[in-house]
Design a protein around this ligand. Structure first.
Ligand SMILES: [Fe+2]
Length: 228
């Protein structure tokens, strides 16, 4: 399907979610589950990303689905139920990883539990892919049908304002490398124009850490232009 020129509230976060899951599933695939430090490191990354997923679902419920429900009664049910099911699955997956930290486990048992966790993480990834596609097609079409571009941009502003700076920084390490150059410039120019300079510098430090040097240089030259 061709990308619409109309505003979307989900393209940016969903690219970040796909990027993060892809990274996590690769890491979970080649991890040595007998090495507790490696398991603990993956657990802390998954805990943080899990928090971002919960917060993302909460924002969709509060701002997008509530608004949609007011204009099209019953239209929010499917996505809201998905959010509940995805969160329950996430809790199960995290508990499976936590259990591998038990120091009494034999190496054989830790490897077997690691593989079972890896399969479940794949199930969670697949469930999110399906859910996001539904939101990007069915839910998105409903929004475009029942809301003007200005109203959608208004919702976007409310959503962005509700995200605390530290949460935005956690998102940035997935969003920046996940976006293409145009989308990245749009995101960072918005932060450059609307946020305190110290925050923008923190975001740029993440860009430098997560992007190849040629992409950082392109970004810096475009943002210099955007600043004048
Ligand atoms: Fe969602």
């Amino acid at each position: 399907m061709e990308q619409s020129t109309r505003p979307s509230l989900v393209v940016t976060p969903h690219k970040g979610i796909r990027y993060a899951f892809a990274q996590l599933i690769m890491k979970a695939g080649n991890l040595d589950y007998t090495d507790k430090a490696q398991v603990a490191d993956l657990k802390s990354q998954l805990d943080e990303f899990g928090g971002l997923l919960e917060e993302h679902a909460h924002l969709e419920n509060e701002f997008i689905l509530k608004s949609l429900e007011q204009r099209v009664p019953g239209s929010a049910d499917h996505d809201e139920q998905d959010h509940v099911a995805l969160e329950a699955l996430q809790v199960e997956v995290l508990a499976k990883l936590e259990a591998i930290l038990d120091p009494r486990l034999s190496d054989t048992k830790a490897r077997a539990m690691g593989y079972a966790f890896y399969q479940d993480l794949g199930k969670l990834y697949a469930a999110h892919l399906e859910h996001m596609l539904e939101e990007e097609t069915v839910t998105q079409q409903l929004l475009w049908k029942h809301f003007s571009d200005m109203e959608i941009i208004g919702l976007h502003v409310q959503i962005v304002r509700s995200i605390p700076p530290e949460v935005m920084l956690s998102w940035a390490k997935y969003l920046i490398p996940a976006l293409n150059l145009n989308e990245r410039i749009e995101l960072l120019a918005g932060i450059q124009a609307g946020a305190p300079p110290a925050f923008f510098e923190q975001v740029m430090a993440i860009a430098k850490k997560t992007l190849p040097t040629p992409d950082v240089l392109k970004l810096e030259s475009k943002l210099m232009i955007a600043a004048f």
